[in-house]
Design a protein around this ligand. Sequence first.
Ligand SMILES: Nc1ncnc2c1ncn2[C@@H]1O[C@H](COP(=O)(O)OP(=O)(O)OP(=O)(O)O)[C@@H](O)[C@H]1O
Length: 232
Amino acid sequence: MISLRKIRREFVVGDERVIALRDVDLEIGAGDYVSIMGPSGSGKSTLLNVIGLLDRPDSGTYLLEGEPVTSLGDSRQAALRRHKIGFVFQFFHLVPRLTAAENIELPMMLGGLDLGERRQRVEQALQDFGLRDRARHRPDQLSGGQRQRVAIARATIMQPHILLADEPTGNLDRSSGQDVVDILEGLNSRGITLIVVTHDPDLGKRAGRRITMVDGTVDADTGGTPPPQPGL
Ligand SMILES: Nc1ncnc2c1ncn2[C@@H]1O[C@H](COP(=O)(O)OP(=O)(O)OP(=O)(O)O)[C@@H](O)[C@H]1O
């Protein structure tokens, strides 16, 4: 479902050039649970951003559910992202002036869903994520764990096939972090493809497939289904 071929991403700051991704090849299957670990600066977030269509590679090919996406225009990429991909961040990225319910509703407004459908899905999500008594709270009136649950509800309200999480527990205490991991793994067990970038080895090793990035390349890749060998 996710197929990356020779994905390269460079950043130039002043006269310094950083190669964040060095011709990365990667296949991730539907429903997989993948963790991405590795030292700071090894390219983990850049890889997640490319997969999530938040960033464009400088070269290489990305097929998302068979469709080549790198050459698509911004508005087509945004539409694909809205429908197929959910993104959860370390610092939640909620809209501060909107309530929990309004944050969850936002992608459906952008996606043009009608009011009845939006209300029904928001109610269900508040129920599913244990937020019914926090619907009218703004993010600054919520705990970190509650904020991340709102963020996960928002990321999944359009029923995407893929959920990308960049350090989802990085800003949470142990118990709230565990709640968030349970929610993410519950979503994966119901079919969503889950890709988690983390510095936490305990979280990283929970994934069926564990990828380690070093210096812009995939250094280790264990636990996944091996790709088919040509000629076999
Ligand atoms: N927008 C940017 N402009 C310039 N350089 C960038 C940019 N984004 C990332 N980089 C550089 O690309 C490299 C990879 O960054 P990336 O954020 O992907 O690493 P990471 O493995 O996620 O690191 P961390 O674990 O610290 O979050 C780093 O050297 C970083 O400084």
